[in-house]
Design a protein around this ligand. Sequence first.
Ligand SMILES: Cc1cn([C@H]2C[C@H](O)[C@@H](COP(=O)(O)OP(=O)(O)OP(=O)(O)O)O2)c(=O)[nH]c1=O
Length: 211
Amino acid sequence: MAQLILASQSPRRQELLASLGVEFDIFAADIDESVLPQEQAEAYVQRLALEKAKAVLAAAPTFKQTTEQALEQSTEQRWVLGSDTAVVVDGKILGKPVDQDDFYSMMQLLSGRSHCVLTAIALVSNHHVYSDCVSTEVCFSHLTESQIKAYWHTGEPLDKAGGYGIQGLASVFIEQITGSYSAVVGLPIHQTAKLLTQADIPLWHGELQLT
Ligand SMILES: Cc1cn([C@H]2C[C@H](O)[C@@H](COP(=O)(O)OP(=O)(O)OP(=O)(O)O)O2)c(=O)[nH]c1=O
């Protein structure tokens, strides 16, 4: 078993973390993602990233004891990385669209203007918590009804915050971004590398030292 666990079922996060050249296991967190009353967007994504990581850390001893190899490593410090992404427009937090109507309302809100994408990361062990939150501005072109309809029918929007994937077909609608592209996709590479370095987890299979 690896020293690091990614608490995510997102294939984007898995790819982005793998690009840092770290060994990790994957264990998806199952938590309630409801927004609390009066909760601000930044506090929301930070809370969820931490809750995902802590939920998996709490479950870790159970699956750690499932193999002999794992038992050998049970004294080693284990780290869990959790992350959460939300699209924020006019203070409104957009999660994943629940259906077509929800998706249409999201696209109408995002069309022809800028919005903010917040991604929080939390790296936790039994003794430490390292965290960060990255804000990126994304500007959408004006979207027509037929473009919104065509995009819905691609099947891409459903599992993505704000109902779009900057890395996918929606890239054609994006005029400009200011901030971190990888954070919009789901995991801010630079900031994640910094947290891993704080935790003494080597990058690029041990070939890179970030100071
Ligand atoms: C805005 C945007 C979001 N997304 C994705 C990233 C996340 O996977 C998803 C936001 O939902 P999250 O709840 O942050 O993540 P998730 O449920 O997909 O995965 P997990 O909680 O297991 O880590 O939206 C893109 O892929 N591209 C984009 O441009």
